[in-house]
Design a protein around this ligand. Structure first.
Ligand SMILES: Cc1ncc(C[n+]2csc(CCOP(=O)(O)OP(=O)(O)O)c2C)c(N)n1
Ligand SMILES: [Mg+2]
Length: 355
């Protein structure tokens, strides 16, 4: 099987002489030494590209007035969820915020159902009644899609409790943002999670901004991977723009939880290229900042280079993947426009009315 490069025998001896313990630390950037097969990395490439093209299409449909309400795009952050999902099992659960389209696709949800929900059509995951921030799939173990900032942390901790209580071997991947990281409910959850040794990977997607406020302006402590320390939760800081790093961190985090060691906190340093939502005037950062990130750190371009440089795929094979992904997205967009709008009688179904 093709690998990027093999770890040296000397390196292996050194590692076994000093056994690694999981503690709060920055992950060293040693991506080129991590072996993955061409098959694994091509899967990552395809997944990241699927998310990128899906989001670009959603942005277009929003611009055409076919998607209403809020729409938060994940463009730039693709390596985070794709790398972590590489270690997930079919028993594991995932919960995230409103910036959720990429997570749904990475969980294996159908792009047609997600896109049709965005356009408010019956073929959508919530029959066109939920929209971007309110989707769910029991089959894919995707538990939303939540508009309330920070709420995914106690909810995800509850999912982890159910894994432990039911002894089903599952792990919950619980995502939240750098802005959410300052909420009190996050720390109440951390306390319980480590007290009860719950199998939860807390993933803080640090994209440097909460709406228009930078992390530095909002946080007294900006090294978010350290936020679990006072509860005894180990933390990892990871380059979330590099799929090799996110994959490796995902494997380590999943192994930690599956070994019964309780929660782990993974800070993914990442970046969103688009605004907070489609209506963001983006006055809080410069165009140069965005274009520098796109040019120097794009996760898809970087992986493409790794694949070509290491002869794991040629340009023709990558072009074929681009073509396949484009066809899937075109089909999803067609489906989302052709699916009918919900019947007005649907206003009275799937809702809880308290007398
Ligand atoms: C409890 C709550 N407070 C405020 C808001 C408004 N709000 C929506 S998104 C957001 C920023 C959150 O930023 P972050 O957690 O960094 O996530 P990102 O949008 O960067 O993915 C805020 C304040 C909300 N939805 N819920
Ligand atoms: Mg943020």
């Amino acid at each position: 099987m093709a690998t990027i490069s093999k770890r040296s025998a000397r390196g292996a001896a050194e590692r076994s002489a000093s056994p690694r313990k999981t503690s709060t630390r920055k992950r060293p950037t040693a991506a080129s030494k991590i072996p993955y097969t061409a098959e694994e990395l091509l899967r990552d490439y395809r997944q990241m590209l699927l998310i990128r093209r899906f989001e670009e299409k959603a942005g277009q449909l929003y611009g055409m007035g076919l998607i209403g309400g809020f729409c938060h795009l994940y463009i730039g952050q693709e390596a985070v969820v794709v790398g972590l999902q590489a270690s997930a099992s079919d028993k594991d659960t995932l919960i995230t915020s409103y910036r959720d389209h990429g997570h749904m696709l990475a969980c294996g949800m159908d792009p047609r159902g997600v896109m049709a929900e965005l356009t408010g059509r019956v073929g959508g995951y919530s029959k066109g009644k939920g929209g971007s921030m309110h989707m769910f799939s029991r089959e894919a173990n995707f538990f939303g899609g939540h508009g309330i900032v920070g709420a995914t942390v106690p909810l995800g901790t509850g999912l982890a409790f159910s894994h432990r209580y039911n002894e089903d071997g599952g792990v919950c991947y619980c995502y939240f943002g750098d802005g959410a990281a300052n909420q009190g409910q996050v720390y109440e959850s951390f306390n319980m999670a480590n007290l009860w040794k719950l199998p939860v990977v807390y993933v803080v997607e640090n994209n440097m901004y909460g709406m228009g406020t930078s992390l530095a302006r909002a946080s007294a402590q900006t090294e978010l991977y350290k936020r679990g320390e006072s509860f005894g939760i180990p933390g990892l800081q990871v380059n979330g723009m590099d799929i090799l790093e996110t994959r490796h961190a995902g494997a380590e985090a999943a192994a930690h939880c599956r070994a019964g060691k309780g929660p782990i906190l993974v800070e993914m340093k990442t970046y969103r290229y688009r605004g907070h939502s489609m209506s963001d005037p983006a006055k809080y950062r410069t165009k140069e900042e965005v274009s520098k990130m796109r040019k120097e750190s794009d996760p898809i371009d970087s992986l493409r280079k790794v694949l070509v440089d290491n002869k794991m795929a040629d340009e023709a094979a990558l072009k074929e993947i681009d073509r396949e992904v484009k066809a899937i997205i075109t089909e999803a967009a067609d489906f989302a426009q052709q699916s009918p709008e919900p019947d007005p009688s649907e206003l009275y179904t799937d809702i809880l009315v308290e007398a």
